[in-house]
Write a protein that binds this ligand. Sequence first.
Ligand SMILES: *Cc1c(COP(=O)(O)O)cnc(C)c1O
Length: 364
Amino acid sequence: MEQYKLLTPGPLTTTNTVKEEMLFDRCTWDQDYKDITQKIRMQLLDLANASPEDYTTVLMQGSGTFTVESVMTTAMNKKDKALIITNGTYGERIVQMADYTGLHYKHYNVAYNAYPDEMELKYILEHDSTITHLVMVHCETTTGILNPVEIVSKLAKEYHKTLIIDAMSSFGGIEMDIPDLGIDYLISSANKCIQGVPGFGFVIAKLDKLQACEGNAASLSLDLYDQWKTMNQDGKWRYTSPTHVVAAFSKAIDELIAEGGIPARSRRYQRNNMQLREGLEKLGFRAYIKGKRQSPIITTFLFPDDKFAFEDFYHYVKERGFVLYPGKLTEINTFRIGNIGEVYEEDIERLCNVIQEYMGVVVK
Ligand SMILES: *Cc1c(COP(=O)(O)O)cnc(C)c1O
């Protein structure tokens, strides 16, 4: 089979050594396996710069969305009210979850290329004291915008609100001091910047906050508190866990640490992203998100002209070794290129050459 690099923001291209971990069948009840789970949990705390006195971690089966839903429905009870801040479809998915599960919320939304306004958020918090939780996506993978987590962090501290951050596509790839930001629940998953394969999500949670959540969940399988209680004893998951995925993830974390941890990985992603944007700009493509708001994770590009046929472009590039990602904006024609995973300078260079060939542009 022809291998290609996934320039999608998860699943992404992983190393062969990560994939090889999945050649071994493991038993969920076995101590060796439970030890892997405990090791991962400790390493995640380290990566989060969090101490085990204040923070804990929980792994949850399913894709990232399952973990977000488990946090929303466990961290909140029926009397609580969330202020959900959105500028993209992943934020909107949290609103949808709240509707499905009957959580109280206020939806504050801004344009997909805009930041939430601090004064407006302040105004909302001043005028609605029933709000208990602030919820926001860190890197909105819809567009690649990197949201100002320090603004909501400041407000959460000032108004004593529980802070939930969907850092699915940023944790591991962007430096973040979780205790300093006062994040109570940070959510990510196996197949994003840690560079594992899909199958579970994880939560880095403020211990005292999670401990107070017993009985909140209305779903047994998504009860984050119950999952934590079982897992925290000796690394045993409730119900069947994705054993192959967990083993691969353990390897992926070791490789992240060997690369130099989050600072080194973040630098690689930033270089990839810069090179990608500069390269495509030369070929006539403009990025949708401007300047410092752009994350080093994924970039949304506008179609260069009305004649641009994305399907044709997609297949041309795929045949030459790269899978891109369609756009997710309703009003503007866009496509996206992720630069996380086993992706290096030479890959981006090769990609830019392929795109140049397709466009028939002569670059001086
Ligand atoms: C990937 C991602 C998710 C989870 O998506 P799944 O398809 O359920 O894994 C949630 N939020 C953001 C910002 C993401 O990038």
